[in-house]
Every structure is written in structure tokens, then in C-alpha cells.
Design a protein around this ligand. Sequence first.
Ligand SMILES: Cc1cc2nc3c(=O)[nH]c(=O)nc-3n(C[C@H](O)[C@H](O)[C@H](O)COP(=O)(O)OP(=O)(O)OC[C@H]3O[C@@H](n4cnc5c(N)ncnc54)[C@H](O)[C@@H]3O)c2cc1C
Length: 413
Amino acid sequence: MTEHTEVLIIGGGISGSTAAHFLRRPWLLLEREPVLGGLSTQYRSNGFWFDYGGHYFHFQNSMSIQAHLTANTPFKRHVRRSKVQIFNRLIPFPLQSHLEALPAPWRHRIERELASPQTDPKISLGANLRATFGPTLYRIFFYPFLSKYYGTDPETLASGMEKGSIPPARSDSTSPKPNRKLQGYNPEFFYPVGGLHKFWEKYAAQLMPGVRLNEPAISVDLARRRVETRIGTYTYSRLINTTPLPQFLSLLNGYPAGCDQAGRLIHASTRVTNMVLAVRRRRFHWVYLPQNSHPYYRMGYYPGAGTCKIYLEQSLPPNGRLNEKESDAAELLQQLGVIRDQEEILHISRRNIPVSYVLFDHAWFHTVPEIRQRLEENGVFSIGRYGGWTYSSMAEDALSARNTALAINREMA
Ligand SMILES: Cc1cc2nc3c(=O)[nH]c(=O)nc-3n(C[C@H](O)[C@H](O)[C@H](O)COP(=O)(O)OP(=O)(O)OC[C@H]3O[C@@H](n4cnc5c(N)ncnc54)[C@H](O)[C@@H]3O)c2cc1C
């Protein structure tokens, strides 16, 4: 069966679904899974709802989309309480703004080494952070933390990939009475009351007539503007792709000129370990974990009253297999004061995220814009964090999806 639509969307996460909300031309959306939401919805395990790691809306750079996303679901605003675990202490994040909380000899040494932010785009992310924050803070925090977070050596990544998410050291960071204004890209965040699935119940409802669930795209013919699934063929005038860019390129029957560098696109994979605990013992939202003694880079509490649910995140090696010991997690949670003993862990559920963080090496800056440009010349808008192969938040993805839909509306009017 062949169906024609003016706009075909592949993927119904926040990017594909927001684009659908704003399109004013006939559209259809293909989603591989039985529900919409992608990584920004929740899954159920043993009767409990869990996120794919903490997923909080940051509207700082995308306030104009806030009204749209929060129109039908109540959201609660949270003022960030996040920590860094270092020297057996829990120091407020970002560490570079709370040097007063470090042991004095370390603080003095780091203070002497702090420099102005580096702006040389040719150096690596590691070299940039070393030059900006000094070798000591780099060695005790940035290097071990980012190596775990990205699952790779930050010396091999490009400076600029962090896109402003690493705040500079505050000028008063060593004074005993620092300015308490929260820093960074996420000083506050918003989360739907009742969990992300509540948001998706409403956000997905109006879209359902145009949505084909359980129907992954399996091949894309750019020349004939045709997408195949296992049960049908769809022809289109414009295609919006939100699946990971390398995966999308692998569906094409031959790369268009300029897209043959797809093999150079690199990413990290993440395992999220979700747990239900008997009791909440700590009040912070999440903790950054630079230590090498265990594999986890971040632990956090899911927002909301009621059942106490937490997550631990770790990178997956390229083969996807981990030699993990469950005791690592329990030991860590005890160290953090999150549990008293293993008996307080009532349920554990794990999910792997095969493509979690897009990694930028120096090739990214010419490869990715070139590929996206070539696709656009063929009627394909590849958008979102994974389709656009970039570093972005859910709110930024929603904003760029809206802008893409508005541009298509204008173009096809
Ligand atoms: C561990 C982790 C924590 C994060 N925390 C935050 C946070 O706190 N705040 C924040 O703003 N952002 C966070 N993010 C980023 C956020 O997840 C993304 O920005 C956002 O989910 C991207 O949405 P998307 O719709 O572009 O992609 P996705 O959510 O990946 O949606 C893509 C959709 O395409 C579908 N699909 C895949 N292949 C096919 C196919 N062949 N055919 C049809 N459909 C297909 C998938 O099933 C999926 O539904 C986090 C990411 C990770 C990995």
C-alpha cells in the first residue's frame, strides 16, 4: 500500500511531535515504538514509571516554547540543588564556583592556576579546560568526570562541544561569602507534575490520527522521495528526520554527494540504572561523580512526591557489555548517604541508551553542517539532538522543531 503525504516525519520524540503540532500541511509520523515520546517519555517497570535518566526541561534559551509545552499539563518549577562528590565531601555544583568548600591547600593551588576562559577553537576540549581552570582542577575533576561522562578521553574531543554548559569560575569563588546566585545552564528546571508520561498523555493525544506506531522506517529513497516500512510505502514532498543521523544515513540507498563522511560521526552510549528506594534520605536533586572507584558519573532523585525513585548513569563501552557488580551501586549509594543498607533498594530496572551524547571531534564542524545541507537540498530536514547530531536540550529541540515546521508551512503555502 502506498500513501502520499506532504510532510513525513520519522520519529515521535519531542522533536518529531513538536514539528507535527506546528505543521499546517498534511503530515504523517512514523514511530518505531508503541508510544510517542522517545527519550523524553517514561517507561514502566514493575508498576513504577521511570525516565531514561533525569529528563528536566530547561527553558532558559527557549522560553518562547515554554508556553506551548506547558499549556495542557501542570509543570512544577524546581530550583537546582546539585552537588559534586569530591574529597569525601558533597560540594555544591559547579565546583569552580565553590572552591571555598575544598580543603585549603587544594583551594589555594587551584586559585593560583585559574585563568580566563580560552576561546581557541582549534584546541581540544581537554586542553581548553586545563588552560581555563588550571591543571589541578582539571586533574581532580574535569578529566575524570568527563572521561566517565562521555566514555572517552576529553583530549580527543573538540573544544566548543560543551556549548556553554560548563560555567566559568566565578570571580568571588574563593571568598568565604560568595555570591549565591546559581550558575550554569540549568539553575532551575521544570518537570511535569506526576511525571513525563503525564505530559505525553496530553501532548500525544491530539496527534494520534496522523501517527503510525510500531512502524519503523526501514529504507529511504531520496530521489523518489519514498520511505518504506515493513507494512507500507510512503511518498512525501518534505521529510523531517529525528532519528540519529548515522542511523538515518544508513537507511538511504546511497549517500548524496557530501554525505560520505558519515563514518566519522561519533557518540557515547549510556546505561541508566533506575531504582525504587524505601526512603528518601537526601534533599539534593543530583550529584556529579568524578571518582574512578566506580563506573557511575551521575546519580539523582527523580522529582515528585510519593515513591522515592533514583537513577544512576554510566557510559557503555562500544561493545555494550559491562562487567558491573551490583555491589558497586549499593556501596556508592551508602557513601552518598542515599541508603543505609542494601535492603533499602526495593526495585532495580536498567535501560541502555545506544546513542546518548553526540561527541564532537574537530571533523564535526565541517562534516555535520555539510551533511545536513546536502539532505536539505534533497527535501530532508534532519533535526533534534540526534537528527541534527548536536548537543541540545529537549526545549531547544522543541524550539528548532517548531521553527522547521513554520519554515515548511511558509515554503509550501
Ligand atoms: C541520559 C540522558 C539525560 C538527558 N537529560 C536531559 C535533561 O535533563 N534535559 C533535557 O532537556 N534533555 C536531556 N537529555 C536530552 C534529551 O533526551 C534529548 O534532547 C531529546 O530527548 C531528543 O528528542 P528527539 O525527539 O530529538 O529524539 P528522541 O527522543 O531520540 O526521539 C526519536 C524517536 O525516533 C524513533 N525512531 C528511531 N528510529 C526510528 C525509525 N527507524 N523509524 C521510526 N521511528 C524511529 C525513536 O523510537 C524515538 O521515539 C538527556 C539525554 C540523555 C541521553
